[in-house]
Design a protein. Structure first.
Length: 680
């Protein structure tokens, strides 16, 4: 490994303490993330296992056996059935199903024995080895939660399809992620002990050395291993010795106090930062060959376990307050000497032995990184962060990737043959006997399936969001609103390709509303269509929202959109009813609206028009389509219509007088992020 010392240290710590909690390596494509995971596997020593155990049971740890091995305990005690094998390396594919991950019913064995027989999944195969999850941010959220819960608990309990089975699950967990392909949920990152970036910049010489080593290994592998093999073997022995040393390693209460205080200063949530930091410090001391934890181990634990969870303030520490110069030694009373201030702006830790507890903290009380190295890592991490793409996840039974099998509701569209066979397999002996009693023919029927065995496929696919801007183009401030909306549309479209999002624009003025920009991801098409937009006249808000309802409904039927958000930009006036707007031809509507009469000439009141707007807003809410109203009016309190939309129509009204394109774009992005995280 070239110039990745921090990742190298983290992987070695994980090898020393398998229960540490896992490592996440984030980076762009081609940064050797998976190669580093396989390199760790090469360092692990062989393990002794019980033959025919589904989870590599350790003969010396009968309290940690799987249920099948426990059931055969007597036979195992009579006959030596153990063997020494390499530790497993299991890679979780992106298209993995829940059955393959957790385990399911073995169809063939269940049919033969007439009872449910467990078929181990990837979690059982990875026990006591390495479990590598490539592109964790693209794995289905439900599967990621199940995987991390099983690894954190140390066992996997399967209760499904008539089976109840438990096996240990304590692999070395390594996950990779490409931030450009989608963000990692914060609560997932918190489950890992260490989160590191493989995107740190390399010098020219380091990149040349990396290329030279790859070519050397490809062209002359024997010579390459002759040069590096001895060092690899020495590193393997170091890991073994460190594991034995870790069992005797203890950490002092003052050292735990230091780590906890650093976590508090860093603004971490919960206790995982404290617990992981303690384990990292102990493993680091054992890896360095020490018998006790020292201050340098505590600092490394802060960098690896606390920093990824910190609410870091990336700002330089405030300058020290001006004060008069210190008095000269001649002016001080005898025996009164003041200690020199700490260097580098770091705050002083409680007085302790500097070899045991660091004299200074790495975080200030305000959460500012004081250590230059820490600040550089955090600044790079801050550049990587931000809202990434990936869109939402839509479940259906018609289109997408097969995720899991479920019971059918309504007509059966796609039969999950594997799950149906697993449900029917344990009952084959009983069903055949019943048929024989009834003297029914079973020749040629290999599997007897009943209606209660049927399972159907639940499919999932990636989809984006549609943001529909409905802009009030009437009144004196219409030109300002239109310019702000156009700017927001173009800003959101500039990153729509990353999120699979689409943008649409509807304007209402005069007597009707018009779709000025159909749903699109194209900046070029949007710029061309939004060059000149009409403004002025009445305010047919009801027709504008009705058009948004129709456009959003059609988008949801297209199966490429997971959610629709309507952003209404208005000053709160509506004076044209829906019947008058619908009576005007699509190409017309140039006259002034708001004359107080409907299509049939009957007198209308503003209350009737407001009731129409509220009805459409409630319809949007019933269809789970959020309505965000940006009030550009300068009146306080807002208009009665906007107040009713907020209190009775299920909308959210934000007063933004003289709203700019940046404000509208940022507000819309925030709503999209809340909807995808489930907080909206």
């Amino acid at each position: 490994m070239v110039a990745q010392e921090r990742i190298r240290t983290a992987l070695l710590l994980l090898a020393v303490d398998p229960g540490l909690g896992g490592v996440v390596i984030a980076g762009r494509r081609g940064t050797a993330k998976t190669v580093m995971a396989r390199a760790l596997h090469a360092l692990l020593p062989p393990i002794r296992v019980i033959r025919h155990s589904c989870a590599q049971a350790d003969p010396a740890a009968p309290w940690d056996w799987d249920d099948a091995t426990v059931a055969h305990r007597a036979r195992i005690s009579r006959t030596p059935v153990s063997a020494v094998v390499p530790p497993p390396f299991v890679q979780v594919p992106l298209g993995v199903s829940e059955d393959r991950l957790l385990g399911s019913v073995d169809v063939e064995a269940s049919m033969r024995r007439g009872r449910p027989v467990f078929q181990p999944g990837l979690l059982a195969e990875a026990h006591r080895g390495v479990l590598c999850v490539d592109d964790l941010n693209l794995l289905e959220p439900a599967l990621a939660d199940l995987l991390l819960s099983a690894v954190a608990a140390g066992f996997n309990q399967v209760e499904r399809e008539g089976i109840s089975f438990r096996h240990p699950c304590r692999p070395l967990l390594i996950a990779t992620a490409n931030p450009a392909e989608g963000e990692l949920r914060p609560h997932l990152l918190d489950r890992f002990a260490m989160v590191l970036s493989a995107d740190l910049p390399l010098t020219l010489d380091e990149r040349v050395e990396a290329v030279r080593r790859v070519l050397w290994f490809a062209e002359q592998p024997s010579q390459f291993w002759g040069h590096y093999g001895a060092g690899l073997e020495a590193l393997r022995r170091q890991v073994l010795a460190s594991r034995r040393r870790l069992r005797r390693m203890r950490i002092q209460r003052a050292q735990i106090r230091y780590l906890v205080e650093e976590s508090i200063r860093a603004g971490t949530q919960g206790h995982r930062a404290d617990l992981f930091a303690v384990r990292v410090a102990r493993a680091h001391a054992a890896l360095q060959g020490r018998e006790r934890v020292k201050a340098v181990d505590l600092r490394e634990a802060v960098r690896l376990a606390v920093l990824p969870r910190s609410a870091l303030v990336l700002a330089p520490p405030p300058p020290p307050p001006t004060s008069p110069p210190p008095p000269s030694p001649a002016d001080q009373p005898p025996g009164d000497t003041a200690p020199p201030p700490p260097e580098g702006g770091e705050t002083t830790a409680p007085p302790q032995d500097p070899d045991v507890v660091p004299e200074t903290f790495l975080f200030s009380p305000e959460g500012v990184a004081l250590d230059p190295d820490l600040l550089a890592i955090a600044a790079h991490r801050g550049r990587r962060q931000g809202r990434s793409g990936g869109g939402g996840l839509v479940h259906s039974r018609e289109r997408g990737r097969y995720v899991k099998a479920v019971l059918p509701h309504g007509p059966v569209v796609r039969v999950a043959v594997d799950a149906t066979l697993r449900a029917a397999a344990p009952h084959q002996l009983v069903r055949r006997r019943l048929l024989q009693r009834r003297q029914a023919r079973t020749r040629g029927r290999q599997v007897l399936i009943r209606d209660q065995d049927l399972r159907v496929k639940l499919l999932a696919r990636k989809a984006g969001a549609l943001v529909i801007f409905v802009v009030d183009a009437s009144g004196s401030m219409a030109l300002n609103r239109m310019q702000a909306a156009k700017g927001a549309v173009l800003q959101l479209l500039s990153e729509a390709y990353r999120h699979r999002d689409q943008i649409a624009l509807i304007t209402f003025a005069g007597q009707r509303a018009r779709v000025q920009l159909p749903p699109t991801r194209s900046i070029t098409a949007a710029s061309r269509r939004l060059e000149r937009l009409p403004c002025g006249g009445g305010s047919p808000m009801a027709h504008g929202l009705a058009l948004a309802l129709r456009v959003g409904g059609n988008a949801l039927l297209s199966k490429d959109i997971a959610e629709v958000i309507v952003v209404l930009i208005t000053d709160g006036r509506a004076n044209v009813d829906l019947s008058r707007s619908l009576a005007v031809p699509a190409g017309g509507g140039g006259g002034r609206g708001g004359d107080g009469r409907g299509a049939g000439g009957e007198p209308l009141t503003l209350a009737d028009i407001h009731a129409e707007v509220l009805t459409i807003a409630r319809t949007l809410a019933s269809l789970m389509v959020p309505l965000l109203v940006i009030d550009t009016g300068s009146r306080h309190p807002p208009s009665a219509l906007l107040a009713d939309l907020d209190s009775k129509g299920g909308a959210t009204v934000l007063p933004l007088p003289r709203a700019t394109a940046a404000q509208i774009s940022a507000t819309s992005r925030r709503w999209l992020a809340q909807g995808r995280s489930g907080d909206g």
